[in-house]
Design a protein around this ligand. Sequence first.
Ligand code: TXA
Ligand code: MG
Length: 343
Amino acid sequence: MLSQSDIEKAALQLASGGLVALPTETVYGLGADAGNEAAVAKIFKAKGRPSDHPLIVHVARDTDISDFTRDLPQAAEKLIAAFWPGPLTLILRKSARIPDAVTGGQDSVGLRCPAHPLAQALLAEFARIGSGIVAAPSANKFGHVSPTTAEHVKKEFGAAVGKSILLLDGGPCGVGIESTILDLSGSAPVLLRPGAITPEQIADVIGTKPKTRAQAENKGPVTRVSGDLASHYAPRTPLKLVPPAQLKKEVDALLESGKRAAVLALTTQADANVSPPGVGVRGARRLVWITAPSNAEEYARDLYANLRTLDAAGAAMIFAESPPAAKAWEAVRDRITRAAAKG
Ligand code: TXA
Ligand code: MG
């Protein structure tokens, strides 16, 4: 268990311009003082992220965010009351308190109040001794799978963890995929990234369903969302989405060609009728099969850990069984489709 002195140490690390990897309810973040441009530059460097990709700014609960925004629409106030702390990021017109380095030169800022108790404790302490605003993208190398455990963060940043990066271990993340991003900086709300907070839940609170990016595309300036790149959240092994009925054929064909296969399925291996290929050359398993939870929330919670496990299997291909078309699966479908778009 982490103690108050660990939190104080981490807040001091932020205050002195250093990096802190922190747990949130969605994924682990790589945080720095959002008020300190030199500190923010360290995030881009560590991640290998292009500097024009804006970062989300994290705040403690009950922070008066009007300091950081030029205007606070009523919709934002309602959504904050309904969902903060929680996995909803709001894009709002930024005030001069938010440096351009954080927003990649954009006029807007993404604000998020994470629900994880350790993140809240750190943000509260950093509000006491520092600026209270923490810029934190997911704690992974640019384009790679987001981390949902402290171990994943160590794998991403290696020896830097414990040296230039202070890591707070808050256990596995409960949500497992990144926050919903809602753009409230334009004339109508736009959903930039689906997540655990759904468009239906948002509509219940503000009375209108957010537009999709496609619907909003030709209005206003182009918003840069790195999570919006076709290829993102990707394992290093190529990943292919496969309809349930074709899973057997695809897996068998790869195995027959003598290569290793990895599978993220919703069905069990027995139900898919794929027979165990046994142990291959040098004792390596030739097929690694994960049957993911059949409930969308649990599937999302385990998704990135499952992709990392399959990525480590040394397979020629990861086959992911296409998730259902139902609304509840929208965020999962978004991530897995992007993971498949690599190359
Ligand atoms: O759940 C999350 O949101 C996690 C945890 C750590 O809080 N953070 C996260 O950050 O996913 P990141 O940087 O990996 O993804 C944030 C996304 C990026 O795609 C970025 O482009 C977009 O938010 N974003 C940030 N500020 C923006 C802005 N002003 N306008 C448009 N998009 C913005
Ligand atoms: Mg990310």
